[in-house]
Design a protein around this ligand. Sequence first.
Ligand SMILES: C[S@@+](CC[C@H](N)C(=O)[O-])C[C@H]1O[C@@H](n2cnc3c(N)ncnc32)[C@H](O)[C@@H]1O
Length: 199
Amino acid sequence: MPAPHSPAAERNQQPILEQLQRLLPAQGQALEIASGTGQHARHFVAGLPGWLWQPTEADPELLHWLRQPPRPARWRPPLPLDVAQPDWGLGEARFELVYCANLLHIAPWACCAGLMQGAARHLAPQGRLITYGPYLEAELPTAPSNLAFDADLRARHPAWGLRALADVAAEAARAGLRLSERVAMPANNLLLVFSAAGS
Ligand SMILES: C[S@@+](CC[C@H](N)C(=O)[O-])C[C@H]1O[C@@H](n2cnc3c(N)ncnc32)[C@H](O)[C@@H]1O
């Protein structure tokens, strides 16, 4: 069976990498949530030469593929991780970046609290949580493509759907994180940067 491939990840990986290169320090350790096919992880670790990358995934089948060679340089063995679990199984590990793309709309809402609380537990003092994906914003009209995507997600699973940015930011605040930057990305996606509230 061929390895799973995401055309969307192929399209968005370079614009996201350029933002990571702008936002991040030269060196650090990254924890990726919901690595999926691993396309982002492989692209980013190549474009961020001072970074170690820890891919993770909740789906055992995708985790199997993530573990297949070739293993890129500065890539830690992929780990199972479900954001909804209260313990992510990482012990006391701290990361300068927690990165999560395209999860919140395709998982139950409780995963947002899980992501925020887990990121707060595992971020290094000056670390950042960066998320990427489509969101709803009360003060801005939602693009027709995102409205159609939202309807399609809700038809596939009643607990899925695009999340309101204000709700996501409120969940972050409950975990002690503040939304420090919102970057408009191609195809009506947003890259969001969260930092520890006191930093
Ligand atoms: C649309 S894919 C995004 C994959 C990749 N991040 C990307 O942007 O190409 C959604 C991913 O979320 C993962 N996922 C779903 N529920 C999860 C959970 N509770 N914890 C962690 N990952 C989860 C799925 O297994 C899948 O890999």
